[in-house]
Write a protein that binds this ligand. Structure first.
Ligand code: G6P
Length: 458
C-alpha cells in the first residue's frame, strides 16, 4: 500500500529536567483508545461538533454542480472569516499554481479567486473597485450566519452588486450556512439565491472538507473528489491501526499532551514550501480554538521553512525549552535544476549549487533544521507527505483534525466549542448597537477601562 504520510517521532522524546519518554506514552494507551471509541460513536450519531468525521463519506454531487455554475464567472469572492475562510485559503495556496490570479485566463481556465476576511476598508474597497461586479460571484459563508465581519462585507457587496445589476444580484450570490438557522439562511430563502448547507454537526474550524471549502475549490478546478478520497483513505487506515505504536495520530496526540504537561506550551507548525504556508495558518485556528480552554492548550505558532530558518530558528534552537516543533516536508517536488555558471570566475565558490535541484534544496533544509534542533536538545516531530496534491492534502487535513480532537479528549476539554470567542462577539454586537446586546456595553466599558489604565501618552 502506498503511503499517505509518514511521521517520525523518535526526536520528540527528550530527557533532561522535563523529560518526555517512550514509556510515558504507553501509560496513555488505554485513554487514547477510549477517546477514539467515543469520537467515532458520537460521530456515527452525528452529535453536534463531531460531524466532520463523516465528511469523507459525503455525497459531493450538489457541491460539484454549484462549483460548475461558479466556474462560469470571471471572478469569485468568498466572504467569510475564521473557519469560513482559512481552509479555502489553505486549499488554494496548496493546490492552485503560484500567482494564480495573475495567470492569463487561457492558462487559468477558471475564475480568479479572492477572499474577503478582515473588515479592512482599504482591502474591501479596492477589491470591489477592480472587479466587474456583473461577472463576479460572491460566496457568503458563515455557519452562524451572523459573524459581524462577514455580515459587514456581505452588506457592502450585496448593495454594490445591486447598484450594478439591480434585482438580478441574487444570481451572483451563493450562501453557505446552517441548513435551518440564522440570518443568511433567511436571506437565501427570501431572495431565492443559491445556497448550500453546512451540516449542523460540523463546526467552523472542522469544515474545510464540507461545502465551506469544497464549493470554491471545485469552481477553481481543484479535484474535490480526490481531496475527499484522501481524507477517506486516511480515516480507513487510522481505524485499522488499533495499536498505539502503529497509529501515528494516536502517537502525535499523546506526544503533544505529554509535552504540554511538561511545560512545552507552544506547538510550532513549520511546513516547508510556499504551497503549505497557509496549512500552518489553518492549523493555528484548529489547534488554538479547539484546545485553548479551561487553562489547557498549547499556543500554535505558524512558521514557514525555509524563511523562518532565517528569522525564528535561533529562538527555537537556543531560546526557552517551551516548544514542540513539527516540521512538514514533501518527498516529491518539482526539481528545477540550477544552472552551471562556469564562465564567471567570481561565482566559483557557488559551484556546490551548480546542477542541484531547488526542490531538493528545500528538503535538505528541512532535514538540516530538524537536525540542528535535535542537536540543541529540542523536541521535533518530522512529518513527510509524498507530494502536495489533492489526495495527500485531504489525508493531511483529516489527520490533523483527528489528532486535534483526540488531544482535546485527552485533556478532558471540549474540542468543538469556543466560549472565549463568543464573549468577544457579544461585545462587538453591543458596541455596534445590535438589539438584544445592550447589557454588555457596561461590561466592555469596565474591562476596556482596565486596558486603558495607566496610559502614558507621548
Ligand atoms: O462561520 P461563522 O459562524 O461566521 O464563524 C466564523 C468564526 O467565528 C468565530 O470566530 C469562531 O470562533 C470561529 O470558530 C468561526 O470559524
Amino acid at each position: 500500500m502506498d503511503e499517505l504520510l509518514s511521521v517520525s517521532v523518535g526526536a520528540a522524546f527528550v530527557g533532561g529536567d522535563r523529560p518526555v519518554l517512550r514509556e510515558n506514552i504507553d501509560d496513555l494507551s488505554k485513554m487514547v483508545e477510549e477517546a477514539d471509541v467515543l469520537l467515532r460513536e458520537k460521530g456515527r450519531d452525528d452529535v453536534e461538533g463531531f460531524g466532520w468525521i463523516n465528511l469523507p463519506y459525503q455525497d459531493l454531487s450538489e457541491t460539484i454542480k454549484i462549483g460548475r455554475w461558479l466556474s462560469g464567472f470571471e471572478a469569485i469572492v468568498q466572504i467569510g472569516i475564521g473557519g469560513s475562510a482559512l481552509g479555502n485559503r489553505m486549499l488554494a495556496k496548496a493546490l492552485l499554481p503560484p500567482f494564480y490570479n495573475e495567470l492569463d485566463a487561457s492558462v487559468r481556465k477558471a475564475p480568479k479567486f479572492y477572499l474577503l476576511e478582515n473588515p479592512d476598508p482599504k482591502t474591501a474597497v479596492s477589491l470591489l473597485d477592480r472587479l466587474d461586479l456583473s461577472k463576479t460571484a460572491f460566496i457568503v459563508v458563515s455557519k452562524s450566519g451572523s459573524t459581524t465581519e462577514t455580515a459587514a462585507h456581505f452588506l457592502w457587496a450585496w448593495q454594490k452588486v445591486r447598484e450594478k445589476i439591480g434585482e438580478r444580484a441574487s444570481d451572483n450570490f451563493l450562501i453557505i450556512t446552517d441548513p435551518r438557522k440564522g440570518i443568511l439562511r433567511k436571506f437565501a430563502k427570501s431572495t431565492g439565491c443559491r445556497s448550500l448547507n453546512i451540516p449542523e454537526s460540523v463546526g467552523g474550524r472542522y469544515s474545510v472538507l464540507s461545502s465551506v471549502g469544497l464549493a470554491t475549490a471545485s469552481a477553481l478546478g481543484i479535484n474535490i473528489e480526490k481531496l475527499v478520497q484522501g481524507a477517506k483513505e486516511m480515516d480507513q487506515r487510522l481505524v485499522l491501526r488499533s495499536h498505539l505504536w502503529e497509529n501515528p495520530a494516536w502517537l502525535l496526540a499523546c506526544i503533544n499532551l505529554l509535552h504540554a504537561k511538561a511545560g512545552r506550551n507552544m506547538a510550532v507548525m513549520m511546513p516547508y514550501g510556499d504551497d503549505l504556508a497557509d496549512f500552518a495558518e489553518w492549523f493555528a485556528q484548529l489547534w488554538g480554538e479547539s484546545l485553548g480552554k479551561e487553562g489547557y492548550g498549547t499556543t500554535p505558532v505558524r512558521a514557514l521553512g525555509a524563511i523562518d530558518q532565517h528569522s525564528q530558528l535561533q529562538l527555537y534552537a537556543e531560546g526557552p525549552d517551551d516548544k514542540l516543533i513539527t516540521i512538514i516536508d514533501v518527498k516529491n517536488r518539482p526539481l528545477f535544476l540550477l544552472p552551471d555558471v562556469v564562465d564567471i570566475d567570481a561565482l566559483k565558490d557557488l559551484e556546490f549549487l551548480y546542477g542541484k535541484a531547488l526542490g531538493d534544496l528545500l528538503s535538505i533544509e528541512a532535514r538540516s533544521t530538524a537536525s540542528a534542533l535535535v542537536k540543541a536538545g529540542k523536541p521535533v516531530i518530522y512529518l513527510n507527505i509524498p507530494e502536495v496534491s489533492e489526495r495527500y492534502i485531504g489525508a493531511l487535513v483529516f489527520f490533523y483534525e483527528y489528532v486535534t480532537a483526540l488531544v482535546g479528549f485527552l485533556m478532558k476539554i471540549n474540542p468543538f466549542d469556543q466560549p472565549g470567542v463568543e464573549q468577544g462577539k457579544r461585545y462587538i454586537y453591543s458596541l455596534m448597537g445590535r438589539r438584544g446586546y445592550e447589557e454588555y456595553v457596561k461590561e466592555v466599558e469596565e474591562y476596556f477601562g482596565a486596558c486603558q489604565n495607566t496610559e502614558i501618552i507621548i
